[in-house]
Write a protein that binds this ligand. Structure first.
Ligand SMILES: *[C@@H]1O[C@H](CO)[C@@H](O)[C@H](O)[C@H]1NC(C)=O
Length: 512
């Protein structure tokens, strides 16, 4: 009996994926996007898989099983572009944003397809068990999975939205879920806001089908003439890993092939460098941590804003640790410590940290929530405003757009967040929500990737909505049919009544 028991245990284990070959192709050269993607791949490498990462950025000290295929030159191009744009000034209208993302996405993918290193890699004929790409209105990049004949897994830095919904047959819910380009809206909307939101969903669909998707289809066929129609590839996604979590996002429906893995990037805190450890230990009035993330540079902030921020800081008893990219900051008071790089997550784990002044980026917000820290969200661009407003309505943050920041409101918000304990309590509550799950997000990443490999692309998760035409999915044909039946019935009854009523007088005459 014992032997049989042992054998069956062994058999169960033999169906797990021991060491899969997993390819990640990440076309976005932005640092925050890359960092999340490389973390995802590192998780898989740590679980013992053989990982290959094709990307425009690279790790200095890659872990074991982590091979890098570095596309040089592409991140420099993005950096120059960001400097030219000046992120503090740049905020296109929501109606322009889809075009902006369209051009960004096609340009970045073309740069990858055209890169000599990438071309050589595509010719190797290697075998992979799964291919992971990042969704960023980036359908063309999905071709790589087809090329290597492996199941396609999509990672998205956001919650489910138009970029992922359409390809999974996931319902769009414009009545209560704001389109992520409309970052003034929240999930409870007035009538006019719902009109605007619905219109924007439609606008997005039209943009995608008339402009974006055809352009990506052309792009694939330009570099890979033998590729099938892009629709056959783009709608063939086995799994979507979403950087979302109920502690920071509103609940929305998700089909079974979409999984929340929000918080996967938060690793166990490491010991701090000695100098930082001392600063944090000695800050007896607490620490305010200030960082605008990796894309927005504090050093490029207008001087006037910087000056009033420093004036306010000089009046606080707290120690301020500021991620500031220049070696010196003129007029810096003694309680302000600057560093060009800081181990944010490790700092957050220190008990003396009281508040996080942030740009409202999703990864940063999640780290703050994980550690139960209140947030002052100064949104600069993209979906930061949406994140900031969400955090505010979840009660652990106050939001202000960078453009609206003044000496007065900066001081008022900062004092409020430091003095009112409700922000801290709400942050702690959100932290408990984030930590309450059946499986660590990093384990979930590994579990679902292995699941897809085990079940050969897991076609059983695919919803039948993907096989319907849009008018069938929206029941337009059924509604038209029912209306027709009702109309035919109404007209037939009317016609019959007319006939009967016309006959009536004659029959009455006869009676008389
Ligand atoms: C769709 O995905 C399945 C499972 O990964 C794969 O076998 C099939 O070849 C894919 N189809 C195309 C057109 O890439």
């Amino acid at each position: 009996m014992k032997v049989i028991g042992l054998l069956s245990v062994l058999m169960v284990f033999s169906t797990t994926v021991e060491c899969a070959k997993i390819l990640g192709v990440f076309h976005l050269a932005g640092k925050s996007h890359y960092m999340a993607c490389s973390t995802l791949m590192k998780i898989l490498a740590e679980k013992g898989h053989d990982v290959t990462v094709v990307a425009p950025l690279k790790e200095k000290n890659p872990p074991k099983n982590y091979r890098q295929i570095y596309l040089d030159g592409l991140s420099k191009k993005l950096e120059d572009f960001m400097i030219k744009m000046n992120m503090f000034e740049f905020e296109p209208s929501p109606y322009v944003r889809p075009f902006f993302f369209h051009f960004m996405s096609t340009e970045f993918i073309e740069d990858v397809f055209n890169h000599t290193t990438f071309k050589e890699f595509m010719k190797t004929g290697e075998k992979f068990d799964a291919v992971i790409v990042e969704e960023f209105q980036a359908e063309a990049i999905k071709y790589v999975a087809h090329h290597f004949n492996a199941p396609l897994i999509v990672y998205s830095a956001q919650d489910a939205n138009d970029w992922t919904n359409a390809f999974q047959g996931n319902p769009d819910t414009p009545s209560y879920h704001p389109n992520f380009f409309l970052n003034d809206l929240q999930n409870h909307m007035s009538f006019l806001q719902r009109v605007e939101n619905s219109f924007f969903y439609l606008y997005g669909k039209i943009m995608t089908h008339l402009i974006n998707f055809p352009a990506h289809n052309r792009l694939v066929h330009k570099y890979f003439p033998n590729a099938p129609d892009l629709a056959d590839i783009a709608y063939n996604v086995s799994l979507v890993l979403l950087n979302s979590d109920p502690s920071v996002h509103e609940p929305i429906p998700k089909v079974p092939s979409m999984k929340d893995i929000g918080g996967f990037h938060i690793r166990k805190p490491k010991p701090l460098p000695q100098d930082l450890q001392t600063i944090l230990d000695n800050a007896k009035h607490g620490v305010v941590y200030f960082s605008l993330g990796s894309n927005v540079k504090s050093k490029d902030m207008p001087k006037e804003t910087r000056d009033f921020i420093l004036r306010k800081f000089s009046k606080l008893k707290e120690t301020i640790i500021w991620k500031f990219e220049d070696p010196d900051l003129p007029g810096k008071p003694d309680n302000v410590i600057i560093r060009s790089w800081l181990p944010q997550n490790d700092i957050f784990a220190h008990k003396n940290v009281k508040l996080f002044i942030s740009h409202g980026g999703l990864f940063s917000t999640m780290e703050a929530v994980y550690h139960g820290l209140p947030v002052m969200a100064i949104s600069v661009f993209a979906e930061q405003k949406l994140n900031g407003k969400r955090a505010e309505s979840n009660g652990f943050a106050r939001h202000i757009a960078f453009k609206e920041l003044t000496e007065d409101n900066f001081g008022e918000i900062l004092d409020d967040l430091l003095k009112d304990s409700k922000y801290r309590e709400n942050a702690k509550m959100r932290s408990q929500i984030m930590r309450d799950k059946p499986m660590e997000p990093a384990d979930a990443v590994n579990y679902w990737v292995e699941y897809v490999i085990r079940h050969k692309g897991a076609p059983h998760l695919r919803v039948a909505a993907l096989d319907l035409e849009w008018y069938q999915y929206l029941l337009v044909d059924v509604v038209l049919f029912i209306l027709t039946v009702i109309l035919v019935a109404v007209f037939s009854i009317r016609f019959l009544l007319k006939v009967v009523l016309k006959k009536k007088p004659t029959s009455e005459k006869k009676k008389n």
